[in-house]
Design a binder for this molecule. Structure first.
Ligand code: NAD
Length: 348
């Protein structure tokens, strides 16, 4: 029986990963989230009993799922100071973690990344403390989610956009460009720490660079569910941030989780792989898909004062396909259909 730690377990990626572990393993799962953004497990964990034991919430009849509402940094510091606190407090045969998934981060959408970059820079602190702990604790395996935001922004402009390949970031030979704001810098720094942890401390670490992950249960501050919700309400004129011609690589959360688990199995040296579809889709195209589902053809109203980020960001998935044989299974049309159907259920 393994022990998993999921930080940021109540956020979008964290809760989808935690749900996957809960449904596919019999392992112990310890979830930590300060709920600054995340959704309490009661709202997504399904129909399982829960009870509070001191500062911990325990889920399920077999009492193997635990939730700490806490800053991950405080949790990890406590674990360093009192290595047997989990064993005593949870009454489980815990010695150390096997798999650790580190999703706790200040993320936010474009408005946060551009509008409050110093708040996002707190990620440097969260990741530094995380890797410092990991190098002492020595879990079997670590997953660090980097981001497509780590790629040089000058490869994503209107005139020079290319499909971004893993080799466009080469930390070892210092071939790196300017990433996207403090968010991208913190991810690039996190990848560097991952490589140091692997090389100098013998930790097995996999990094992933998800592009635009989306899904039915994503927060409405993100564009895909927000656009779906407005199409479900048949908004007309239909507002879009910027011209709407900016494009992203949309990849469904179920595919993201599949790829994360594959990376955990196959990567140990701190290197990073893309998680994307390899396809550039503009926001205008997403609106067309959603309004097509809703059966109307609205007037598009560009909001040119809104932050839009880089012009085109999409992945080259050749390396992942050739080296690891992995490809996403859910097409953009199918994934958007799922998001739209959920929006219809909830918002109409
Ligand atoms: N969603 C995507 O498409 C995507 C793309 C690229 C990278 N990522 C990365 O994946 C990770 C998770 O992203 P997400 O989309 O789930 O974001 P999210 O904001 O939904 O989740 C982050 C979670 O961390 C929690 N948190 C923040 N600070 C914390 C702290 N100090 N201690 C404990 N918990 C804390 C928040 O409450 C939230 O639940 C992030 O590192 C993000 O950069 C996500």
């Amino acid at each position: 029986m393994k022990f998993h730690l999921v930080s940021g377990a109540c956020g979008f990626v964290g809760r989808n990963l935690a749900k996957r572990l809960i449904s596919t393993t019999e392992d112990y799962i310890i979830m930590v989230d300060d709920l600054s953004v995340g959704d309490h497990p009661n709202n997504w964990i399904g129909n399982v009993v829960s009870k509070e034991v001191g500062e911990v919430e325990v889920f399920g009849k077999d009492e193997r799922i635990f939730f700490f509402k806490q800053d991950i940094r405080a949790f990890l510091r406590r674990l360093m100071n009192e290595p047997d606190f989990l064993k005593k407090e949870l009454d489980i045969p815990f010695e150390r973690f096997n798999d650790v998934y580190h999703f706790a981060a200040i993320v936010g959408g474009r408005a946060k990344i551009d509008g409050d970059p110093m708040a996002v820079a707190i990620d440097l602190s969260i990741d530094a403390e995380f890797f410092y702990w990991a190098c002492q604790h020595k879990p079997d395996r670590v997953l660090f989610p980097s981001s497509s935001a780590a790629y040089p922004v000058d490869l994503q402009s209107e005139s020079d956009a290319i499909a971004l390949s893993e080799s466009d970031i080469q930390i070892e030979s210092a071939r790196i460009g300017k990433p996207d704001m403090t968010y991208g810098w913190s991810k690039l720094t996190g990848e560097y720490l991952a490589q140091i942890a692997a090389k100098h401390y013998g930790i097995s670490v996999a990094c992933v660079r998800p592009f635009s992950g989306y899904g039915e249960d994503q927060d409405l501050t993100y564009p895909v569910p927000a656009l779906a919700e407005r199409a479900a309400r048949r908004e007309d004129p239909f507002e879009v941030w910027g011209s709407g011609k900016q494009g992203r690589d949309f990849v469904h959360i179920d595919d993201c989780i599949d790829c994360i688990l594959m990376a955990m199995d196959k990567i140990s040296d701190g290197s990073a792989i893309n998680i994307g579809s390899g396809k550039l889709t503009t926001f205008l195209e997403i609106i067309k898909i959603f309004t097509g589902f809703a059966g109307y053809d609205p007037v598009i109203k560009p909001l040119l004062d809104k932050p839009v980020g880089v012009h085109s960001r999409y992945a080259n998935m050749d390396f992942v396909k050739e080296k690891y044989g992995w490809e996403p299974k859910i097409s953009v049309e199918e994934g958007m259909r799922r998001v739209f159907d959920r929006a219809m259920e909830v918002h109409t």
